[in-house]
Design a protein around this ligand. Structure first.
Ligand SMILES: [Zn+2]
Length: 75
């Protein structure tokens, strides 16, 4: 996969996303992604984006001040 920002090769990695939500902060750890070796741009595949949306939808039902989700446990 190529970086959308600079066109360099992106390598497979994992990342952590913090998402501000009404009522709290959702932190998702161990999200599989592609990271650019030049500019650190992070890209997700379509499947991962869908999974993240699902995690966010679930979290909305029972958000605490800070909710930490391990992506590997929900994917
Ligand atoms: Zn790049």
């Amino acid at each position: 996969m190529k970086c959308i920002r600079c066109g360099h090769e992106a390598y497979q990695s994992v990342t952590t996303e913090a998402i501000e939500m009404d009522g709290g902060l959702l932190v998702i750890r161990n999200i599989p992604c592609y990271k650019c070796e030049i500019c650190d741009e992070v890209q997700f595949t379509g499947d991962v984006v869908k999974q993240i949306e699902k995690v966010i939808a679930d979290a909305k039902k029972h958000i605490n001040e800070i909710t930490v989700v391990n992506f590997l446990n929900v994917a």
